[in-house]
Design a binder for this molecule. Structure first.
Ligand code: UDP
Length: 192
């Protein structure tokens, strides 16, 4: 997939249909990947925090999440073709996981929302195997072990930025499979 360097990060430069087709293939083929959906807040943090920038550079794909990022790319004379919202990317991955009966792990969020989250997602995506959950206020190493032993194909990490990207980068090399994506506050929305 085509990328364009902006703000010191390589952004996916693609139409939504090209991007969604691409990630569906990544999930279908069981490729390992680290997805960052970069909103303006995340981009600003990366510009002023070199450690965070280095973490983001470990990502397999960085998508422009929010009109602010694509608008800025045009002003800089290096236009991105489209905004690729993180919530849409996560939804496409869940739809694909449902079609392919994939194994999904949910990490993060408040412990009290996990039960209703699983219930809501199971209604919408009945063929997904939810192979594990770990609320977002536990021990990092234990969560990494749980993901590994669950053989998850898709791991949604809802710890908010920058914590979710830091967390993914810290465990990514310890786990040999799965697509990891930070989804911010999505669990609070989906569980309601
Ligand atoms: N969260 C968590 N553990 C933490 C801090 C936050 O699980 O140590 C969760 C919190 O419950 C919420 C999400 O991370 O569901 C953060 O959402 P927020 O809206 O702040 O993230 P954003 O969408 O702005 O990245």
């Amino acid at each position: 997939i085509q990328t364009t360097e902006l703000f010191g990060l390589p952004f996916v430069n693609a139409t939504p249909s090209t991007w969604y087709t691409h990630i569906k293939t990544v999930l279908h083929d069981n490729e390992k990947a680290f997805l960052v959906t970069a909103n303006p807040e995340l981009v600003l943090r990366s510009l002023r925090d070199s450690e965070y920038n280095a973490i983001l550079k470990k990502a397999t794909f960085i998508t422009p999440d929010g009109i602010g990022v694509t608008a800025a790319s045009k002003r800089l004379g290096n236009p991105l073709q489209a905004t690729l919202p993180g919530i849409e990317t996560a939804r496409e991955l869940l739809r694909t996981a449902d079609n392919l009966h994939k194994r999904v792990f949910l990490l993060g969020g408040r412990p009290e929302v996990m039960k209703s989250l699983i219930k809501q997602l199971s209604i919408r995506f009945p063929n997904i195997q939810f192979v594990g959950t770990f609320h977002g206020f536990g021990k990092d190493q234990e969560a990494a072990d749980a993901i590994r032993s669950a053989h998850a194909d898709l791991i949604l990490v809802a710890l908010g930025a920058p914590k979710q990207e830091q967390w993914i980068a810290s465990v990514y090399d310890l786990v040999d499979r799965g697509i990891f994506i930070g989804v911010g506050g999505a669990f609070d929305v989906w569980s309601g």
